[in-house]
Write a protein of this length. Structure first.
Length: 437
């Protein structure tokens, strides 16, 4: 049996397909699904953002993995391959809400996490007995028994140097805009540390020393994270991750992370106004603690990319000038900005819908750079204008040079920081979000 696993790209609001030459990081879903596929099947991975679809080859089954806005591209891919007579299976968080859109174009859809049901899907396809739905929206994989992902199938020529790795899934918090945490029912599940180390060693056997943790909240369980970092230290790897603000002032944990090879983190600051954070149930982020935490991470030589969201209910146009002034005082490597986007199914979406503030239902606009709702203190078009104005100010050449000079750590890190800044600048001045390529 020949199986093609596709990670769907997405279509812009102008109707063109988002495709580039190289993605920064490969996701972990496809290598994991490949690892739980019965051995007798032949599996290929395709990242639709960088690969051409192998439409002229013979496939028995095509599995399509989607994220929110990629649903319509996934449906197009399903139509293309279905016309060739192969089975189509689709999975992804958005299907919990919108499975009725995908169902007519598929032979089966997967609700919830897929790894446990995937071998049964393959068997049923072999026996021509595929069911229309597998799993349920609340199904969580037993991550304690996952095998090593099929890293050998990843096309290294089309992806950056960081390979995906996973130590946990889920997050105990309830931020209103988040879909990752409800998907895991606000549970934080950890894998056995020995399994994470096993996966890292498998990557090292492939001469890969740069890794990216794909966890929703790597340090939600601080004691587990501390033990994991201790176990990773002898392996001499370099890794990046997302990190919660709650731990950036925890010197024991952060120094263990640095010792274990942490070279860069993105941190969901979201806003520099505490009232914004409180309004979306993320009041555990303490704006007053940001600077000390950042100083400590810089002291450890960890490069920081703060994630900032514009468009919260307390954001007025003047707030963005204050944001620029704040970011000028803390020497972060490269700030990443997004427009607040209420993902369907999130608490935020339900609230804005009940307040009649959702103004756009076309999912292609839910790409973090469009105002799809009415902001409280400005018009949607002002929010978009202020967003690009702020982003372009932050990526002026003088600010890039200043950020580069102020980076702690080696000269190499500064050079990398400079080039990443210039890449982001090029995206931002073309009004594109820094994305996967
Ligand atoms: S901390 Fe992050 S992962 Fe957790 S609920 Fe909030 S946004 Fe989601």
């Amino acid at each position: 049996m020949r199986i093609l696993l596709v990670h769907a790209s997405h279509i812009t609001q102008g109707g063109s397909l988002v495709k580039g030459k190289k993605a920064w990081i490969h996701g972990i879903t496809l290598p994991l699904l490949a690892a739980v596929t019965p051995k007798e099947a032949e599996v290929h991975l395709c990242n639709d953002s960088v690969h051409s679809l192998p439409i002229d080859e013979e496939w028995d089954l095509v599995g399509i993995s989607i994220m929110g806005i990629s649903l319509f591209r996934a449906i197009r891919i399903a139509q293309l391959f279905r016309s060739k007579g192969c089975y189509i299976v689709m999975g992804g968080k958005i299907l919990n809400q919108l499975h009725h859109l995908a169902a007519p174009h598929t032979d089966a859809i997967v609700l919830g996490e897929a790894e446990d049901v995937w071998p049964r899907i393959i068997r049923d396809a072999q026996n021509k007995k595929l069911q229309p739905v597998y799993g349920d929206p609340h199904h969580l994989t037993d991550i304690g028994s996952l095998p090593v992902p099929r890293y050998d199938l990843v096309d290294r020529s089309r992806h950056g140097i960081f390979f995906p790795i996973e130590s946990s899934r889920g997050c105990p918090h309830h931020c209103d805009f988040c879909v990752a945490s409800p998907w895991s029912q606000h549970n934080h599940r950890v894998r056995p540390i020995a399994h994470v180390i096993r996966d890292i060693k498998a990557l090292k056997k492939l001469n890969i020393r740069h890794m990216a943790f794909m966890d929703d909240n790597l340090t939600a369980d601080k004691d587990y994270a501390f033990e994991l970092f201790k176990a990773m230290k002898p392996l001499q790897i370099h890794w990046i991750s997302q990190l919660g603000t709650e731990v950036i002032n925890d010197s024991r944990l952060m120094s263990a992370a640095a010792d274990a090879g942490c070279s860069g983190v993105s941190i969901g600051f979201e806003s520099i106004l505490q009232e914004n954070l409180d309004s979306v149930n993320k009041g555990f982020n303490k704006v007053d603690d940001y600077k000390d935490g950042l100083d400590y991470l810089h002291h450890l030589g960890i490069v920081v990319a703060p994630l900032i969201v514009l468009g919260f209910d307390h954001d007025s146009p003047g707030a963005f000038k204050k944001l620029i002034a704040f970011l000028d005082t803390i020497h972060i490597a490269f700030p990443l900005l997004y427009i607040l986007t209420p993902a369907p199914g999130s608490t935020l979406y339900k609230r804005l819908e009940s307040e009649n503030r959702i103004i756009q239902n076309d999912l292609n606009y839910y790409n973090l750079m469009h105002a799809v709702f009415k902001p409280a203190l400005m018009s949607p078009s002002s929010l978009e204008k202020e967003f690009w104005w702020t982003y372009q100010k932050l990526y002026s050449i003088p600010r890039i040079l200043k950020r580069t000079v102020h980076q702690s750590g080696s000269l190499t890190k500064r050079v990398i920081t400079f080039f990443i800044n210039m890449t982001i600048r090029s995206h931002v001045f073309h009004q594109r979000l820094p994305g996967s390529y």
